[in-house]
Each structure stands twice: as structure tokens, then as C-alpha cells.
Design a protein around this ligand. Sequence first.
Ligand code: DI6
Ligand code: FE
Length: 400
Amino acid sequence: MESEAPQVLGNAHLATMTAPATPCGAVVLRGGRIEWAGPESDLPGAFRTAERHDLQGRLVTPALIDCHTHIVHGGNRAREFEMRLEGASYEDVARAGGGIVSTVTDTRAASEDALVAQALPRLDALLAEGVATLEVKSGYGLDVETELAMLRAARRLEAERPVRVRTSFLGAHAVPAEYTGRPDDYLTEICLPALRKAHAEGLVDAVDGFCESIAFSPDQIARVFTEAQTLGLPVKLHAEQLSHLGGTALAARFGALSADHVEYAQADDARAMAASGTAAVLLPGAFYTLHETQAPPVAAFRDHGVPMALATDCNPGSSPMTSLLLTMNMACTLFRLTPDEALQGVTRNAARALGLTDCGRIAPGLRADLAVWNVEQPAELSYRIGFNPLHQRWFGGRRC
Ligand code: DI6
Ligand code: FE
């Protein structure tokens, strides 16, 4: 690949995520990687004769990263949406056998091919907004076979579209109906064996859990994380979404890549996350959908230097959303992030939340995954609602 001819994206407004924006910048791509980036006036002579794309002053950012999705699942939950509008809470719906468990029924009924087919339109919506890397969780199978089918479907998305997929095993998402009242038996008999099997098949990049009164306790999650550690897999956690149960502190104790949702996290949690290098993944789509009023402790995250990432949480219940641009807008309006923090949240900090060091910034040696936008200022990406200004998406050095 080294011998491949370089390409120059010139006359660009560069937001590298590592330095202040460069109004008249250039990026050199070669062999799927970024070879050089900086002010156009510093472009090394060797690249002045290379194939050149004049971007006419457009903004170039790293391609976006959606670091928390449940994009592979069967069916939808529009009926539950109606129930909630009639007054039922998310927890009421879950206890009435709806919620996550109803998506489990639809996911078990779907073939692996059907899971891929149903995920593709959602994936396409994300790609159309400049996404290049996507995390996908299991967690709607809750039996060994379907958990593995979900992860295989997630991996297959890479063959269907120019996208990079990172998988998270989320067997500890909910207790399936056949194990009602026996969460520990579910973990022993299904979740942990499924994790070992999925790992043996190379299907798992990280291990996740849902730590909540309607799901699993910190002690139960600790069992899953201990197994992940044994297998050498990094962990992350849905923590403090609906109440403060101590999931964030647990995640920090295990050196988690991220603690996600974290609306009910407290200042002590932010301190623990900073010490363990755990990113906070904020999910304003779920906050919005559930009419949540407790916003995550953004000021504490800032004070302690906890990196804040943003993601769609695309799932059929609490966040049926496939727009990372809308996520950025919501994070600014609902959580008071600055537009700069929002952009960091879907690039550099999202990479961090996935444990990736080769994307999310524009710097030599990193993957040539870029988004070119029909905007002048980075803040325009967060400012608009429902408008997609993507001009080009570059994936691995190719325009697609
Ligand atoms: N928290 C979430 O936001 C999703 N899972 C989770 O643990 C919601 C999943 C769903 O409602 O289907
Ligand atoms: Fe989630």
C-alpha cells in the first residue's frame, strides 16, 4: 500500500481535533492512512504535484464515530411509544413484559440474514451523516444462540457497507422471561457461557452490561466483568441511567473504557472515572425519549477532566434514533455541551470510549476516515436540526 499514489484534499477548513481549526489547510492520504495534515502553505513539496481535490473552503473533520448502538435487533416498539404517551413509565412497560424483553422475542424470531437486513437502513442513515466507525451491541438474544447471531450479524455489516464495526457483548442486558426472578442462574447458565463461546469465535471486542434495578445489580455485573478480565476483554457499562446504583464506581474499579448514560452519576463518580481513565458516554436520545429530567453531571466531568463522548444509543425502545448530528444538537441544547465538546464527543472521545487510537483525529498515521461538510464553522454541525450538510465521506482513504 505504501507505493499507492498520495491524494491531497486541499483548500480545506481543517478541524483535526488535536489543534485549533486551520482555515486554509490540506490533508494528504496514502494507503488508507493520513500521511500529512496542516496549513496549505506548509504542504511538503513532494505532495504539490499529487492528485488534488479542491474542497473550496469546506470543513473537514475526522469521520464520525457512533460509540454506543443497539442497531442490530428485530422489530420495533412503536406500541410502547404510545403506551408511554398514555402515561406508562419505561420501568412500568418493562415490568409488564414489554420493553427490552419484547425486542428479545422479535430478535429470537429473526434469522441472522434478517437481522442484517433490518440493520442496514439504520446503518445507511448513520453513514449518510459521515459515520465511519460504529459500535454494535448484542443483548436482545439472551440465549446463547441468538446472542451469537446478533454479534455475527454485526460483524457482517462490515462486508455489506464501507464501515468499521466494534462489537460489545451485552448478555447482561435484561433477564429473559424464562429466568424471571433468577438473574444469577441466568448469568451462570446463559450469559457467561455465551460470552466464552462468542469470544472463542472472535465475535467480541468489549463486554457491556446494564446495571439498573430493572436489570442487574453491581455484584451481578462484577461477575460478568470478572469473566471479561479473565478473557482479556475490555469492559464498559450502562450505568446510572435511571437511578444511582453504583455502576459507575464499579466500572471505574474495573478500568472500564466507558460508563454510559450516567445521568444519575455524582461528583465522586466523576473523580473515580478520571482516575481510571473511563470516558463518559452521554446519550441524549434516550434522555429525550424517556422524558428524563436529571441531566448528567457535565460540570463535574469537565472539572475532573473526564472525556465526554456522545452516541445515538440507537435502539428500538429508549432511543430509536439514527442521527449523530441530532445527537450533537441535543447534547448542546439538553446538556449544555459546547458545539466544540459535541464534535469532540463524536470523534476523538468516541474513539477513546471504544479503546481505538487510530481514528477520531486527523493526524499522520491514523486511518484516512474523514467527513467533508458543506459548512464554514464546526459549530454549524451542532446548530442545525434535521439538516444534513455532508458533502463527502472518506473511508480508509477512499471516497464513498
Ligand atoms: N439502556 C438503554 O438505553 C437501552 N438499553 C439499556 O440498557 C434500551 C434498550 C431498550 O429499551 O430496548
Ligand atoms: Fe444502550
